[in-house]
Design a protein around this ligand. Structure first.
Ligand code: AMP
Length: 487
């Protein structure tokens, strides 16, 4: 059984995808790209390469450096094209056969698929496919793509892919590798990110292309950003260059706002906006909305750092590192027993007494999910001698679970689903607690939303407005949605 993800206090994110076309050392570059995307998934990783004749594959549980640190593994993954995946299980168990890229041999050749997101009709599709005789090898929702492509009556890979995509519902960014193309896809609402980059090239060689979840994966391999893959777009990269098709009916853009708040790496640029800048601006807006007399602004590292900087700038208060994070806390180290697991936050964070003693402290974090982290951090700051502790959160209250690929506990476990802000403040032990408002969030990001406007982002975790139907989850979602009277 998996440990409770929110107890081990590690960053829990969705998945990272990466692909590269026409470069020497494609597998090595893919390992580097996956390393830069490690924050999006730490449970497992894999690479599939193609040398023009044969596909080569390697997958492992754990971090990219553990699985691909051995040069012999990388050199066995031959060829100028490769795709990779970092997994944080949002569906399915952590077993090797669930580790992506998924690979299968078809009539048309081989196909490797890396998926970031979550399909909301995968269970229904799987039942129908199993009735038709499809033999599933894994328990991940992503495998339905493989079977839908296999049974499609179309002949080309791209037509089969489109046929499959038209049957799935949910959030997905895909990077696929066939015998003759690297393909990238974003779902019609563009919930999960995917970007296109250019790499290498000289007078004799046109150079290559990169597809990746985030721009931070371009920087590490020395690639240049070209553009975001658009919502509902399929890009097909082959020796002729990049070809784009948009086979879906138009849908509203609903990129996941939580990527800006927490998931994406701060040095990434998403849909034209640097994540770091977005977080700082949210912090500034938070300070304007919920100022309180205080002496110092302290981030909960690392995710609270940029918004705390914005808060400090806007409030004119000093920014100090009052909590120090130990980066060497391994998951296995804190997993074994409940007693050790409860120490988690102390292993990871410690109070910097010199900064906190006698001070009125504003603590800034990006979100409160179950409240465990905040409660422990507030207690730690008080024990270090803080005179007052004011918690400020750079997202609106997380009142609803995500069904689009972000790991959130069921609704009943979300603190904000069961308590108002005053009750939450008491429960986490803070003198005051404030969240940025949904209007303030949209204003900070410079996009429409809040104040009754059609939202530019998917903000379902804060509003319950789910832009993509939840057919699989209907029963579960309804059960969760009905947990609160009147909601
Ligand atoms: P909790 O302790 O359950 O309230 O979790 C809140 C903390 O977990 C915050 O410090 C966040 O940085 C972090 N966090 C936010 N969203 C997630 C997520 N989906 N998975 C894991 N951690 C998260």
């Amino acid at each position: 059984m998996l440990p409770d993800r929110f107890d081990d206090d590690k960053p829990h994110e969705e998945c990272g995808v990466f692909g590269v076309w026409n470069v020497p050392d494609a597998a090595a570059l893919t390992a580097l790209g996956l390393h830069a995307l490690q924050h999006r998934g730490q449970e497992a990783t894999g690479i599939v390469s193609f040398d023009g004749q044969k596909f080569h594959q390697h997958r492992g549980l754990g971090l990219v450096a553990d699985t691909f640190g051995d040069a012999r593994v990388i050199s066995s993954l031959q060829g100028p094209t490769a795709v990779g995946h970092n997994r944080y299980a949002t569906t399915g168990e952590t077993i090797l056969r669930n580790v992506q890229p998924l690979y299968a041999d078809f009539e048309f050749g081989g196909l490797a698929v890396s998926h970031n997101g979550n399909l909301t009709n995968a269970m229904a599709l799987k039942r129908a496919l199993v009735r038709r005789g499809c033999l599933f090898q894994s328990t991940t929702d992503s495998e339905v793509f493989v079977h839908l492509i296999a049974i499609s009556l179309y002949s080309t890979v791209v037509d089969r892919l489109i046929d499959a995509l038209k049957q799935v519902v949910g959030a997905y960014s895909l990077v696929c590798l066939s015998n003759d193309a690297l393909m990238g896809v974003r779902d019609p609402h563009g919930v999960r990110p995917l970007i296109l980059g250019r790499i290498g090239g000289n007078e004799r060689n046109n150079g290559g292309w990169v597809l990746a979840s985030e721009t931070c994966a371009l920087d590490i391999v020395g690639a240049e950003f070209v553009r975001d893959v658009e919502p509902g777009e399929i890009v097909i990269i082959n020796d002729k260059g990049v070809h784009s098709i948009k086979p879906f009916s138009p849908a509203s853009d609903r990129f996941c706002v939580f990527e800006y708040i927490y998931f994406a790496r701060p040095d990434s640029v998403v849909e034209g906006m640097p994540v770091y800048e977005a977080r700082k601006r949210i912090g500034e807006a938070l300070a304007r909305e919920s100022a309180v007399p205080a002496d110092v602004v302290v981030p909960v590292p690392d995710s609270g750092v940029p918004s705390a900087m914005g808060y400090a700038e806007a409030s004119g208060l000093p920014f100090e590192l009052g909590i120090i994070r130990n980066h060497y806390v391994g998951r296995t180290f804190i997993e074994p027993t409940d007693q050790i697991r409860n120490l988690g936050v102390k292993l990871k964070h410690s109070a910097n007494r010199a900064v906190l003693k006698g001070k009125r402290v504003i603590l800034v974090d990006d979100s409160i999910v179950r409240g465990t982290t905040s409660r422990k951090i507030v207690e730690m700051v008080r024990q270090a001698g803080a005179a007052e502790v004011h918690m400020r959160i750079s997202s609106p209250p997380t009142t609803h679970s995500c069904f689009y690929g972000i790991d959130t506990p069921e609704r009943g476990k979300l603190l904000a689903a069961r308590h108002d802000v005053a009750e939450m403040a008491k429960l986490i032990g803070a003198d005051t607690l404030a969240f940025i408002s949904i209007d303030g969030l949209y204003e900070a990001l410079g996009k429409a939303g809040g104040r009754g406007a059609q939202p530019a982002y998917c903000d379902a975790c804060f509003t319950g407005d789910y832009p993509i139907s939840l057919s699989d989850m209907t029963n579960e979602a309804e059960r969760q949605l009905s947990l609160l009277p009147g909601q």
